[in-house]
Design a protein. Structure first.
Length: 133
């Protein structure tokens, strides 16, 4: 028995979540200089779907990616410690794996900007519990 995409509840739910993530991503991009956290496939895919692509900055926790470039973003990848000086107005957490942990980590760094989990479309206000060193 073959199953089509439209009849598979898991596929339909996944497609719905992807559409919601794209909508969140596009809405947040028009809100001023935006930081994207996570140099990953999802970031590349979302940039391809972006309706309006104003200036963004890309950050990642993997220092092997720092000072390298991702297609579509003219500035090099920075680390979390570069966020405060970058002038971004918000951070979009791109990876859906460990998004809550990443948002919690960034929230602990006293960035004083909203952190948005793109995959879950939830906003985490950065609550300072420490300072950037």
């Amino acid at each position: 028995r073959s199953r089509t995409f439209a009849s598979d509840p898991s596929a339909v739910e996944y497609a719905s979540r992807v559409e919601k993530a794209i909508d969140t991503f596009n809405a947040e991009l028009v809100s001023g200089l935006t930081g994207l956290y996570g140099a990953c496939t999802l970031t590349n895919n979302m940039l391809a779907f972006a309706r309006n692509h104003p200036e963004v900055r890309l950050f990642d926790g993997d220092e092997r990616k720092w000072n390298r470039y991702m297609t579509g973003i003219p500035t090099s990848i920075g680390g979390w410690q570069d966020i405060a000086a970058s002038g971004v107005r918000r951070i979009l957490v791109m990876p859906h794996s460990f998004s809550k942990e990443i948002a919690t980590f960034l929230g602990s760094k006293a960035l004083h900007i909203p952190i948005v989990e793109v995959w879950d479309s939830s906003i985490v206000q950065a609550t300072p519990t420490s300072t950037i060193h």
